[in-house]
Structure formats: structure tokens, C-alpha cells
Design a protein around this ligand. Structure first.
Ligand code: ACK
Length: 223
């Protein structure tokens, strides 16, 4: 029996190449380092942490977890709905192991997660992005039903203690839903990397002036 028929991975996704991982981690660290020193961040600190702290060290607050990647399909070793159908798609088989260029267009921070928004190309969307990725998030983020395909695409850069990495995609969808409703966010600051906006409830979005282009390999993790 061929290996791929005996077991499905934990998830499929684009895995950033090692050098690119370092670059993205550095960018993220620089952002966190700057963010928690801003007056605006300090002003909104009560939205960010329930504890009566005067300061928070964001680099300590978030824990990094494993290889940086953008999940396409979470399969849970075959237990997730649609896992086998996805693994059997001709495009998934054909493109397995190929190199891609991901475009990172924003960084975001919430009291739960820090992540990068991935703006998928039309080609990436059509070939490898599951049609129901956003629909699956509806129980958590109802407005996800009205967001365009690819809205959930992200790279988790860190999670607060006790937070599951899948939260990063939900946090991104929440911010994009607010934008879709016409909320621009409160423009806080023009930073070197781009413009920083505040969306309430401890949610920050940095729209990158120059999207970061990240080389990645489409593959899977058995974990
Ligand atoms: O940061 P992520 O995209 O969020 O990468 C990890 C990866 O799979 C391994 O845990 C993501 N993940 C976990 N559970 C789910 C789920 N139910 N739906 C979509 N993605 C998930 C997690």
C-alpha cells in the first residue's frame, strides 16, 4: 500500500525556507520591540492585558512555535473534514515539493497571537487554497462568511500562553471583517515598516509599505 494511502499529514502548507524564516522572525521581533514602547500602545494596554501591569514585554509575551508556515489544509491525520479530498486533488499532488513565493502584506498583534497576513496570488488561491477555508472559521468568526477566499491565509509568529495556533487565522479574519465593515482602524503611527492602525480590543495591524516576499516550499507536516 503506498504511503500516502496509509496516512494523511497533520496539515499541508507552504513552509518558509530557513533563511527566510530568520528574516521574517527578525522583522517580527523588531516590530514587537517597537510596538510595546509606543505611547499609543501603552495607552491601550488595558485592552491588551487584564492584569494591572504598566508594561508588557511583547517578545516575552508571545511564544514562537516551530517552523514558520502558511497552512493551506489542516488534515488532522485524516480526521478533519475534507482532508482526503484535499490530499487527492491533482494540484496538491503535482505541486507537492515545489517552490513558491508568498507575499506578506501585513503584521498583526492581538492579546492572543502575533502573525503575518499572506496575500495569496490568484494562482495560489486557485490551485492550493481550500474553497471552504473561510467557511470553516464561521463558528468562531461569523463575518468570515462574507470575506473573500484567502482572507484566512497567515503565518503564525507567536501565541500567548495557552493559546492554540489556529487562533491566529481567526484574529486575522476579525480584523479583515472590521475593515470590510468600513472601519479603517485608528491610524496610530507611520513606522519605518509601514502604517500602524488600532482596531480596538488590543488589536494592532501594521500594513507593510513594501510587502515581504518569502520563498516557501509546498509540503506537509506529519508532526
Ligand atoms: O498557525 P497555524 O495555521 O494554526 O498552523 C497550525 C497547524 O495547523 C498545526 O497545528 C493549524 N490548525 C490547527 N487546527 C486547525 C483547524 N482546526 N483548522 C485550521 N487550521 C488549524 C495551526
Amino acid at each position: 500500500v503506498p504511503f500516502e494511502e496509509t496516512s494523511l499529514p497533520l496539515f499541508f502548507g507552504w513552509f518558509l525556507l530557513p533563511g527566510v524564516q530568520d528574516k521574517v522572525r527578525c522583522t517580527s521581533m523588531d516590530f514587537l520591540k517597537t510596538l510595546d514602547t509606543l505611547e499609543a500602545f501603552k495607552k491601550h494596554l488595558p485592552d491588551f492585558t487584564v492584569e494591572a501591569e504598566k508594561e508588557v514585554d511583547l517578545e516575552q509575551y508571545f511564544q514562537a512555535n516551530g517552523a514558520l508556515h502558511c497552512t493551506t489544509k489542516f488534515c488532522d491525520y485524516g480526521k478533519a473534514e475534507g482532508a482526503k479530498e484535499y490530499a487527492d486533488k491533482p494540484a496538491v499532488k503535482e505541486l507537492y515539493g515545489s517552490a513558491f513565493e508568498l507575499s506578506l502584506s501585513a503584521l498583526f498583534v492581538t492579546p492572543r497571537t502575533v502573525g503575518a497576513r499572506v496575500s495569496l496570488s490568484e494562482d495560489q488561491l486557485i490551485t492550493l487554497w481550500p474553497a471552504d477555508a473561510e467557511k470553516e472559521a464561521v463558528p468562531v468568526v461569523p463575518a468570515a462568511a462574507t470575506l473573500p477566499a484567502g482572507s484566512r491565509a497567515h503565518i503564525t509568529l507567536g501565541c500567548a500562553e495557552g493559546v492554540e495556533p489556529q487562533q491566529t487565522g481567526f484574529d486575522l479574519l476579525e480584523i479583515l471583517a472590521l475593515q470590510q465593515e468600513g472601519q479603517e482602524g485608528e491610524l496610530v503611527e507611520e513606522m519605518e515598516l509601514g502604517s500602524l492602525a488600532y482596531y480596538g480590543k488590543g488589536r494592532w495591524l501594521l500594513s507593510l509599505r513594501e510587502p515581504v516576499s518569502a520563498q516557501a516550499c509546498f509540503s506537509s507536516l506529519y508532526g
